[in-house]
Design a protein around this ligand. Structure first.
Ligand code: IFM
Length: 722
């Protein structure tokens, strides 16, 4: 039995059914296991629903599309129940009761419906599903039917729907279906990337029945005596050619073996595996159930998206919960989701960093294409590591398309990735990773910056023109304070990493430096750039100027522009937004979050906060959590708490109105950072020692979290007193 507190803090429920929130709930009720993500669509379907089954790494660039898309695989969910010939659906007969519950602790989704047919028969239908954490290829479903009034004849029909697209774009070809002996096998391949896909669904029913198969589906028919219950187990195994040359055989074998083990045994193993993950990743907050449930919800969505057994894939900005951003990977992963994993699941963090390592070639190609040496990571990335940012937007209301410059000029991502590598190394002390992989990322991206920085001889300083900082309302600016500062920091770190390699791993270090052509002269230039990098600022106040000319832009009072679910640049128009002092998301404040005390004294941080906070639109979901983190550090606890609640309810309450496209994964990771780095005040000092400077909201009685520090799991427990 689940305790009332657990019920309120581990369960996310919908009751009654709200068809107007169909797409929102589909997203938030996604189940996953780091291999697959399956949106919370109904087994029997619903008008306008968006059944989506995504697997990491399966992308396809369809004819006529600007960029590759993550591929929506055949839908393994369909199960249709008929009661005395009447098909159950949320819009037919009479729904007498409905509750859908995502159990965050067990990563399982349950829907219970009391349904009366038009003939007056009443049944209770229970639909359960989970994506197994112990066997990542398995999606398990159970459908239970109990006769409450009457003794109906029941028909349960199961299929795998291969008529799926990505919002109309067809990515699948050569679709074959085979249905026999309680098994459905669907195979297909992607039209251009040529990935093979196989889904095998194996079934068993808990009662005697007749079983028929047509070319499409399996059909079980039986009589259900009053007060009896029958359950169908459907286990779908999903394989692709990324796992083996014969995915159909692999899927069949896995589905059959799983059926032999049985739903209960597999669920028990799955729950035990989740217990392990929660043991380290759960943050316990006493005195605030709202915050407690929200941080569990956010953590759940990062954990179900993090690949466990594949180091060549990474988490897209919308995880595997929706088609937004076409499944592409941004800096969201390294700077927002990764910290939670670095600190609580370092193996998963390592995996994600290896994705960048394996894709260094794509980053080198990009640098070369722009005339630079070294590695320049793509702003958006998919399976190959090549740049996948579209160059043009969808048509605007007037039919025109806007040029998207982020793929060309949002170059700070290379330093963000280096930052993440260095954070991973500092927290874990994983020298082996650093020597073999991490150093190459940090150094080759430094090679890129060494070529990219522009020397201004007249001022004897280095500059960076044509940049996009985190605030994407202002494009192609010169001397973004964020980018220039991160590059300066990055080059300093690269020099330190080089020295460390030569001191501690001379042979490997020399080989790497030779391979990357990192000469003494190159290092001297890095040192010069770091020393003379221009960071625009107001000499009197110390406030950084977000970029050259920012202080001269039109002032804009944001106070009257609430409530609002659309971004201000959408209202003002692209051009006007560029001319105003309204910013999309934490930019200078992001720098304060990342560099902490290295940014400057607290008074200086406060002055920058005071200047920039009133200007932020939070047009990006990445923004509130970063502000919450910094506000907490500055002791602005009311603002920090409000911003934390905002960040942590972006998905739960669909605060941006676009959760249908998928979870805002960066916001989810950011929520953890706001608590761990903001309220709890956890950080590493210059020697890499763990330090805690708490600033807890007054009503939090205690916070407990766990952190791996250099391989040791530590428990941090803070109460109002100690
Ligand atoms: O990476 C972000 C960016 O910072 C703001 N626009 C959305 C992207 C994906 O989440």
């Amino acid at each position: 039995m689940i305790s009332p507190v657990d019920r309120r803090t581990w369960l996310v429920s919908e009751a009654p059914f709200n068809p107007f929130k169909l797409h929102h709930t589909e997203t938030i009720f996604t189940v996953g296991n780091g291999f697959m993500g399956v949106r919370g669509t109904f087994e029997e379907g619903y008008s306008g629903d968006m059944p989506t089954t995504l697997v990491h790494g399966i992308f396809n660039h369809a004819e006529g599309d600007l960029v590759p898309d993550i591929v929506n695989l055949p839908n393994p969910l369909p199960v249709q129940v008929r009661v005395d010939g009447e098909a159950f659906h949320m819009t037919t007969g009479k729904v007498l009761g409905f509750r859908r519950t995502l159990d965050l602790k067990r990563a399982a989704l349950t829907r219970e419906v009391l349904w009366r047919t038009s003939q007056g028969v009443v049944v209770k239908l229970t639909f359960e599903r989970f994506a197994s954490l112990t066997d990542q290829h398995l999606l398990l479903q159970r459908v239970r039917v109990r006769a409450l009034l009457g003794s109906p004849r029941i028909e349960i029909r199961s299929s795998v729907d291969a008529q799926v697209t990505n919002l109309g774009v067809q990515h699948l070809a050569d679709v074959h279906r085979q249905v026999d002996a309680a098994e459905i096998l669907v195979t297909a391949r992607t039209t251009h990337s040529n990935y093979g896909i196989a889904i095998c669904a194996a079934h068993s029913l808990s009662a005697e029945s007749s079983l028929e198969a047509d070319g499409e589906s399996l059909r079980y028919t039986f009589n259900l005596p009053h007060e009896n219950e029958v359950s169908l187990t459907k286990i779908s195994a999903i394989y692709t050619t990324r796992q083996g040359a014969q995915p159909a055989e692999l899927a069949q074998k896995a589905a059959r073996a799983a059926l032999t083990k049985g739903y209960e045994a597999l669920f028990a193993a799955h729950c035990a595996a989740w217990e392990q993950y929660w043991h380290t990743s759960d943050v316990q907050i006493e005195g605030d159930e709202l915050a407690q449930r929200a941080i569990r919800f956010s953590t759940y969505h990062v954990l179900i998206a993090a690949p466990r057994h594949d180091e060549r894939v990474s988490i897209g900005a919308k995880t595997l919960s929706g088609l937004g951003y076409k499944g592409h990977v941004f800096w969201d992963t390294e700077l927002f989701m990764l910290p939670l994993l670095i600190v609580t699941q370092p193996k998963l963090a390592r995996n994600l960093l290896l994705y960048r390592y394996h894709n260094l070639e794509g980053a080198r190609n990009k640098a070369r294409a722009y005339g630079y040496e070294g590695a320049m990571f793509p702003w958006e990335s998919a399976d190959t590591g090549e740049e996948t940012t579209p160059q043009w937007s969808h048509p605007q209301p007037d039919g025109t398309r806007i040029r998207i410059w982020t793929g060309d000029h949002e170059q700070h991502i290379s330093s963000d990735i280096a930052y993440a590598v260095l954070q991973y190394w500092r927290w874990t002390g994983d020298d082996e990773f650093f020597v073999k992989y991490g150093a190459e990322i940090v150094l080759d991206t430094a090679v890129f910056w060494g070529c990219r920085a522009e020397y201004n001889a007249a001022q004897d300083r280095y500059e960076l023109s044509m940049q996009i900082g985190p605030d994407e309302y202002h494009e192609n600016v010169n001397n973004s304070a964020f980018t220039n500062s991160m590059v300066r920091w990055h080059l300093q770190q690269a020099l330190a990493a080089r020295d460390w390699l030569l001191t501690h791993h001379r042979e490997a270090g020399e080989a790497l430096l030779a391979r990357l052509n990192i000469t003494e002269a190159r290092c001297a230039k890095w040192a010069d750039i770091a020393a003379k990098m221009y960071i625009p600022r107001d000499a009197e106040t110390g406030v950084l100027e977000q970029f050259d000319g920012f202080f001269g832009l039109e002032r804009f009072d944001l106070t009257h522009w609430q409530p609002r679910t659309v971004n201000l640049d959408w209202i003002l128009g692209h051009e006007r937004a560029q001319r105003t002092m309204v910013i999309k998301q934490a930019d200078v404040v992001m720098l304060m979050a990342l560099l902490g005390d290295q940014f400057g004294a607290l008074e200086l941080q406060q002055a920058n906060w005071d200047f920039y906070y009133p200007l932020v639109d939070h047009g990006s979901s990445l923004s509130p959590s970063t502000h919450a983190w910094v506000a907490a550090r500055l002791g602005l606890l009311e603002e920090a708490y409000d911003l934390f609640l905002y960040a942590s309810h972006i998905d739960l309450d669909d605060l941006k109105g676009n959760v249908r496209d998928g979870i805002h994964a960066a916001a989810c990771g950011g929520v953890w950072q706001a608590v761990a780095f903001g309220f709890v005040g956890m950080s590493l000092d210059e020697r890499g020692e763990l330090q805690i400077k708490p600033k807890l909201p007054a009503h939090w009685r205690s916070v407990t979290l766990r952190a791996y520090h250099r391989g040791q799991l530590k428990t941090v427990r803070l109460t109002a007193e100690s």
